[in-house]
Design a protein around this ligand. Structure first.
Ligand code: FES
Ligand code: FES
Length: 248
């Protein structure tokens, strides 16, 4: 049993005799009744439990509370209130970016951190020019949000909502250099997402980047597959004496 101090949504908490196996997700939901972070899979695969720890997004189902002594935790409850929505929350409303809403707290927490990552020029897996990630491209946003699953498939409108806020924040907050580099991007093979973008589909899977399109497909030797499938694998033979159990 452990003692732990945390700041959750700008409020200090001290926990005595906390079971060290408690995740931040369970601490929020079961100990504090902060139910914004959702338990979708409890295995780090859906993103419904996404929260911010010291400003960075994290799956709260995969991190133990005792690992975060003194840390700043922000859940969706700390991002906005019904009467004072954050820009992203408003954009989700404006763009109809949810249906059941179960994944939405995680989506908004994740997108909130995404915007900060973009401001700091962090590249993503699909960024081709590491010095100038073009954060407004649909495939960039898709890749950066790929840890958050939506069973209702609200993906196209989630991308629109995030784009709306990114556009605004990039234009108002980024340094002139970064703004210039974004606006000078003449790569017409990509389309900057707009509300009329028809290429956005119902899945996160980002469209392939130019690099991926140019990449040669992996060569597979069909003969080796046939040989492998026709090769006889000797079955493991067990004798009665090998089997231990009730009779041994
Ligand atoms: S509940 Fe944490 S990733 Fe699904
Ligand atoms: S809005 Fe229903 S799971 Fe995303």
């Amino acid at each position: 049993m452990t003692t732990l101090t945390l700041n959750i949504n700008n409020k200090p908490y001290q926990f005595e005799n906390l079971d060290p196996r408690t995740t931040i997700l369970d601490l929020c939901r079961h100990h504090l009744h902060i139910t914004g972070p959702k338990k979708g899979c409890d295995h780090g695969q859906c993103g419904a439990c996404t929260i911010l720890i010291n400003g960075q997004r994290i799956n709260s189902c995969l991190t133990l509370a005792v690992m975060h002594e003194g840390d700043e935790i922000t859940t969706i409850e700390g991002i906005g209130l019904p009467e004072i929505l954050s820009e992203l929350q408003q954009a989700f409303l404006d763009n109809d970016a949810f249906q059941c809403g179960y994944c939405t707290p995680g989506q908004i927490c994740s997108a909130t951190a995404l915007i900060e990552e973009v401001k700091q020029n962090w590249p993503s897996y699909v960024t081709e020019d590491l010095s100038q990630p073009n954060a407004l491209l649909a495939h960039e946003i898709s890749e950066r949000m790929s840890g958050n699953i939506c069973r209702c498939s609200a993906y196209p409108n989630i991308i629109k909502a995030i784009t709306q806020v990114l556009e605004k924040q990039i234009n108002t907050n980024l340094s002139n250099d970064t703004v210039n580099s974004l606006s000078n991007n003449t790569d017409t093979s990509y389309q900057t997402l707009s509300s009329s973008d028809k290429d956005v589909t119902g899945i996160w899977s980002p469209p392939p980047s130019q690099g991926q399109l140019k990449a040669q497909p992996a060569k597979i030797d069909v003969n080796s597959i046939q040989n492998a499938s026709t090769a006889k694998t000797p079955a493991t033979q067990l004798k009665a004496n090998d089997i231990t159990g009730v009779n041994s």
